[in-house]
Design a protein around this ligand. Structure first.
Ligand code: V47
Length: 360
């Protein structure tokens, strides 16, 4: 019997052993615990039940096609108004050139940008078609639910029509961004222009129903409460019960350094990041994968997170801009050899995957 320093974890251990779903109160107790090792034990139990010793990664590349954004959320240092000196947009030729610079054929191309009022609907379809033609081995994971809403407004089409167009142009799945925290209170404060949490979930539901899987994120460590974090996780869990369309959940620690909130909010600690990872694994009993996004967490903590419920180390990454603008420190790209070394040293077996988590 493992030794738990926090008696709440003992009860939760019993629930996990009996395959019982954790409640809102369980989620809160887990977030409040200081028994980090007990929490890691529980999350590892669940993770290894699902994935044994496997840890996934993908040979991927990021494309941030434009940072021009209509929303200008307070937590985001990436989005810029069109007249800003750092505002940019890439044409399709430039993007292809950047992708070709990557030495090895990529399996996943991760495309996100701001809500750019100047790029026409055709740009997005041409971008996918051209990438698909030039890189037939790669799957395209592109456009958050927030961008999908923007495209629907731009084209004056329904969400369903836009998703069908994108799918025919080569889209495989959607990344998990834009979810932030679903709490209306927080969205009013931090991103009043952004679609509501309810709308984000509706768009994800529509994608899932069309056979387009999506990821989901949660941005934590800013002004949200523990209650709001758990509500967010439970909303995702409920939708997943209905659709089974989420592939992966990614907890994103807020990087305040270059945002409007830099004076108000301190960066998260390693302790908090590991707790959040483990709580996500335990609460999201129906989402197969939990990702340690090393670009935001840092490589060393992301590696340790593999013992706190994460089974996915994201990818080799190349040319990611959101972290650059947000002040993330450390590495910007990894080799296959390096990512595999990190996984092996933590005691796990690396599995290279595609965007849909199929081993390659
Ligand atoms: O939605 C913006 C977040 C997200 C900051 O699906 C910030 O595999 C921290 O969604 N500090 C985009 N976070 C990134 C994202 C993502 C990343 C990796 C993998 C996947 C996936 C998705 O980044 C945004 C927003 O929540 N963000 N600014 C910041 N200062």
């Amino acid at each position: 019997m493992p030794l738990f320093l926090d008696k709440n974890l003992k009860n939760i251990h019993e629930k996990i052993r009996n395959n019982l779903r954790l409640s809102f109160e369980d989620g809160l107790n887990l977030l409040k615990t200081q028994d980090l090792l007990g929490l890691g034990y529980l999350a590892s139990l669940v993770k290894e039940n699902l994935h044994s010793k496997k840890v996934y990664y993908v040979f991927n590349q990021h494309v941030n096609y434009s940072n021009i954004c209509l929303n200008l959320c307070k937590f985001c240092a990436f989005g810029k108004p069109p007249e800003h000196p750092d505002a940019y947009e890439l044409d399709i030729e430039e993007i292809i050139k950047k992708l070709k610079k990557n030495p090895s054929p990529v399996r996943e191309i991760h495309i996100v940008g701001g809500l750019n009022p100047r790029l026409p609907y055709e740009y997005y379809l041409d971008l996918l078609k051209t990438i698909k033609k030039e890189f037939p081995l790669a799957q395209i994971k592109a456009f958050t639910c927030v961008e999908i809403e923007h495209l629907a407004r731009l084209a004056q089409k329904s969400i369903e029509e836009v998703l069908k167009d994108l799918k025919s142009a080569g889209l495989s799945c959607l990344p998990g961004g834009g979810a932030e925290v679903f709490s209306e209170r927080i969205r009013k404060k931090l991103c009043p222009e952004k679609i509501s949490g309810k709308r984000w979930l509706e768009i994800a539901r529509t994608a899932h129903k069309l056979g387009i899987p999506t990821n989901a994120t949660m941005l934590y460590g800013h002004l949200e409460t523990y209650e709001e974090r758990i509500e967010h996780l439970i909303a995702l869990r409920q939708l997943q019960d209905e659709t089974k369309g989420f592939l992966c959940f990614i907890p994103l620690p807020f990087l305040p350094q270059k945002s409007y909130l830099k004076r108000e909010v301190a960066p998260t600690t390693g302790f908090e990041d590991l707790k959040m990872m483990a709580v996500a694994r335990l609460m999201l009993d129906n989402i197969p994968h939990i990702k340690a996004y090393w670009v935001f967490l840092g490589l060393k903590l992301a590696q340790v997170a593999l013992h706190f419920g994460a089974d996915d180390l994201h990818g080799t990454v190349y040319e990611e801009k959101i972290s650059d603008f947000s002040g993330a420190e450390g590495d910007k790209a990894l080799s296959r050899k390096e990512i595999e070394r990190l996984i092996r040293e933590a005691g796990f077996e690396p599995v290279e995957r595609d965007a849909l988590y199929r081993p390659v």
